[in-house]
Design a protein around this ligand. Structure first.
Ligand SMILES: Cc1ncc(COP(=O)(O)O)c(C=O)c1O
Length: 382
């Protein structure tokens, strides 16, 4: 296999760049997962995770990607024929629909245009008409479109009904404001490889009292993702039911420590500033943003390709000539948009470098753009 001769800038919306001390923490010796040392590491990591989730609810770590936590959320709360309201405006909202369909739920879709955010009052209308909805799902930060959904406002509505509120914060937790308890989130899922800036491969889930009540009345449909097994083992021994990735637990612990050291408020402000600078830079170049104003994510910016630019040519040029990875669009917006991730350990110089390279790449591909750097600098220097 060809080895990388230099590290590329990961300006994709995950996996993101990982700080060195998080990487080197994985060189710690592998310890037995049924030892006091591992239990202490796990407990400490979970306690840190609770602070980042801002919750007193139970929290578990799963050795698996973000999707494993989404699957755990649905498979443990939904029986065949149960009504699940999925709020979708992108690929990851769609994923919740697909998972719910696997478990034979009666899925009600509240679809919004890709690029726009969800409308809380529409959620209320559907809940009014369908008081038997058991679960409502929403993706906080729809990574595929660069849209932020109003999860606090939706949570205020869902709490007036019986339904459980399930929120995906895979690409927002640790970068944008998420307060599980204040937002009335019954089940919150996240992943390691985005704003938390740990390597991919670990997920986390929080579970409220109300959710436990539903889980206790739901048939268990998964073996690996049976949340009761996680609860039982953690309560009795502070362990995971199956062999966890010990190395990733070290990494999560270190990464969460860094999140808490920086301070959640500071981290949210940094992400917001980087997002504003990225948007300003692209707009100054004459590139149109994809997500609607007021609905834009602070962790990933989506922008429309100017006419004539071929997605693969643009991204290959950026990656191979300038060493910067950005993402393309997914599903219905594939080839139409590109996405710049600015989350986790991203800093001002990453944004300036990326905007500079984007500008050069567009010019080389024959599309004459203005420079976006000055507009970004105006925001970054404040
Ligand atoms: C919002 C969101 N949800 C879920 C996922 C799925 O996570 P994973 O790829 O870690 O399974 C992603 C990954 O990009 C995501 O951005």
């Amino acid at each position: 296999m060809k080895k990388l001769d230099y590290e590329k800038l990961l300006m994709i919306p995950g996996p993101t760049m990982v700080p060195n001390n998080v990487l080197t923490s994985m060189a710690n010796p592998i310890i037995g997962h049924r030892t006091k040392e591992y239990s202490e590491l796990l407990e400490d990591t979970i306690e840190k995770m609770k602070k980042v989730f801002m919750t007193k609810n139970d929290v578990y770590l799963i050795t698996g990607s973000g999707t494993s936590a989404m699957d755990m959320a649905i498979s443990n709360t939904v029986d065949k024929g149960d009504k699940v309201l999925t709020i979708t405006n992108g690929n990851f909202g769609e994923r919740f629909c697909k998972i719910a369909e696997v478990y034979k739920a009666d899925v009600i879709r509240l679809e919004n245009e890709w690029g726009d955010d969800a409308k809380p009052e529409e959620v209320r209308e559907i809940l009014e008409k369908n008081p038997d909805i058991k679960v409502v799902t929403v993706v906080h930060n729809e990574t595929s479109t660069g849209v932020r959904n109003p999860i606090k406002e939706i949570g205020d509505i869902v709490k007036e009904y019986n339904a459980l509120y399930v929120v995906d914060t895979v690409s927002s937790l640790g970068g944008d404001y998420v307060n599980v308890d204040k937002f009335n989130i019954d089940i919150c899922v996240t992943g390691s490889q985005k704003c938390i800036a740990a390597p991919p491969g670990m997920a986390a889930i929080s579970v409220s009292e109300k959710a436990w009540d539903v889980i206790s009345k739901t048939e268990t449909k998964s073996f690996y993702l049976d949340i009761n097994a996680y609860k039982k083992r953690y309560e009795s021994k502070k362990e995971t039911p199956y062999t966890p990735s010990v190395s990733l637990t070290y990494a999560m612990n270190e990464a969460l420590e860094m999140v808490l050291d920086e301070g959640l408020e500071n981290r949210f402000k940094r992400h917001e500033k980087l997002a504003k600078a990225t948007r300003a830079g692209l707009e100054a170049m004459g590139i149109e943003l994809f997500a609607k104003e007021g609905a834009r994510s602070v962790t990933v910016t989506s922008a429309k390709y100017p006419k004539g630019i071929v997605d693969s040519e643009f991204r290959e040029l950026l990656a191979n000539k300038y060493g910067i990875l950005v993402a393309g669009g997914q599903a219905q917006v594939s080839g139409k948009i590109f996405r710049i991730g600015h989350m986790g350990k991203a800093r001002e110089y990453h944004i300036l470098g990326t905007l500079g390279a984007v500008e050069m790449a567009f010019r080389e591909l024959g599309y004459d753009v203005n420079s976006g750097i000055d507009a970004a600098k105006e925001i970054l220097r404040i």
